[in-house]
Write a new protein. Structure first.
Length: 307
């Protein structure tokens, strides 16, 4: 039916203008009963949309500021992939203190949704250690080596408690702030997973310790690489997974070498400095970094005690 379904929200329901940020969906500002709202048209199943609607209604009852669904004239909350939600006032986070407020809001989401059932058709990062598909993820479409790297990153999360994660809170476009509240919008990627995946925020605003941040950042990069495969952004995120893995391996080698009083090759320590000084490796640099594996392998041999 498409946008014709908007009429089910009343005779005066009209589209106003498209909104930026929609990737998998068509998102517009609309007018419903004289009020501005946001409408999202996509291809999600009724079960998927029912899960999202129930979650948002629950969070609203618990006091969180969320874009609750606006019912149709018959009381139902969606029709033919179309859902209409309350418009959220405010602007994006700009300062470190703003992002700390976002972190607090995310932790409240995580606290409220412990034990929440998985979104229909979705998989968590731990599920994908064995499964190949889940909604927008299809690991069979990725190169085998990329799948190995993603799964290695997700394996570091095994055994963690799970809850609902927003799925993309580090994008300023998905946050609306005022002086007295923080609203998370665009819940299209929300699902059940490990909460630290939501806490890889600008400036480490969530205050994760170094080890926890490294694990979460690598697993988050792997998730985004798999979800978006195979556009340029997904390749970049896979490069971030590789970068994190190389830093971790070199740090492990250094700790082992110190313990055994063995000196690492200068090329290995220089390589760590090079990798750490870059914010993110480009796909071209990723390919170049892969050629450095023999150096790391040689260092591993050097740090290994002789028989």
């Amino acid at each position: 039916m498409g946008w014709e379904a908007l009429g089910q929200w009343g005779e005066g329901a009209v589209r106003i203008e498209p909104l930026a940020g929609g990737v998998a969906n068509d998102v517009w500002s609309v007018r419903i009963n004289g009020q501005i709202a946001v409408a999202r048209l996509g291809s999600r199943s009724d079960a998927d949309l029912a899960w999202e609607a129930a979650l948002l209604q629950y969070l609203d009852r618990e006091g969180m500021t969320v874009p609750v669904p606006i019912p149709k004239t018959d009381g139902r909350l969606f029709a033919d992939g179309l859902v209409v939600m309350k418009y959220m006032e405010g602007g994006p986070p700009e300062m470190e203190s703003d992002w700390r407020r976002v972190a607090d809001t995310l932790r409240e989401l995580h606290r409220l949704t412990r034990g929440w059932p998985q979104r229909p058709g979705w998989r968590s990062s731990s599920d994908l250690l064995h499964a190949e598909t889940g909604t927008r993820i299809n690991l069979a479409a990725m190169p085998p080596e990329a799948v190995v790297r993603c799964r290695a990153a997700w394996a570091r999360l095994i055994g963690r408690p799970t809850c609902v994660v927003h799925g993309n809170p580090n994008s300023p476009a998905n946050v609306r702030m005022t002086a007295d509240r923080v609203a998370l919008i665009d819940w299209d990627e929300a699902h059940v997973d490990v909460p630290d995946l939501d806490l890889v925020l600008p400036g480490n605003a969530a205050g994760l310790d170094e080890g926890a941040h490294d694990i979460a950042a690598q697993a988050s990069a792997a998730w985004e690489a798999a979800v978006c495969w195979q556009d340029d952004y997904s390749v970049k995120r896979l490069a971030d997974v590789e970068r994190s893995e190389q830093l971790r391996r070199i740090d492990d080698l250094a700790a082992n070498a110190r313990q055994r009083r063995v000196q690492l090759p200068a090329s290995t320590t220089a390589g760590r400095t090079r990798i750490a000084s870059s914010r993110s490796m480009t796909p071209r640099r990723l390919k170049a970094s892969m050629s450095r594996r023999w150096e790391i392998g040689s260092a591993e041999q050097a740090a290994r005690p002789s028989a």
